[in-house]
Design a binder for this molecule. Sequence first.
Ligand code: IMP
Length: 194
Amino acid sequence: MQQLVFATNNRHKIEEVLAKIGHQFTILSLDDIGCTDDIEETGTTFAANASIKSHFIYSKYQLSCFGDDSGLEIDALNGEPGVYSARYAGKHGDHEANMDKVLTLLNGQTNRKACFKTVISLVLDGKEHFFEGTVEGTIRNQRSGSQGFGYDPIFQPDGYTITFAEMTMQQKNAISHRARAVEKMVEFLKAGGN
Ligand code: IMP
């Protein structure tokens, strides 16, 4: 069975990939390969950050590997928070402060359009391949729901009347940016990875 390293220790992301990838591949986390390095996301695009992670692992361990990077892009904020989504209000991973900042900046704004984006960089036998997934939607005026993480309580995907945070994990995983990018990579791998 072919082994692939997923350059993350986020169990939620690993479970999501395992659910889609079937039994054709063994997925290893950074912990599984004994990698304790803090891989810094210094890129200014999702693709650059995803690429930093996959290349770091490939050059250090010579193992086929993929890395991902995601975030929220808001029309009226010229694409912000983008690659700064996790630390938009200053502190990494302070989701409440990040949402407060977005809601304040969009106060009175009628254009509420936004999208979540994920880019995956897969380095397979030394060659890089990119896969992108997006989900379009709007930013609500206030939070709603308690599921999920990050900006989920204020993001309503197009075609729905509820936010990501009001969806079950299965509902969100069926349409999310991450799921779409993963599906594209899985299709590519199942077709032989060429
Ligand atoms: P990551 O690159 O997937 O770790 O995502 C970076 C940041 O983007 C997260 O810390 C969140 O703020 C935001 N983000 C990414 N995906 C989602 C999502 O599915 N829901 C809500 N926020 C997300």
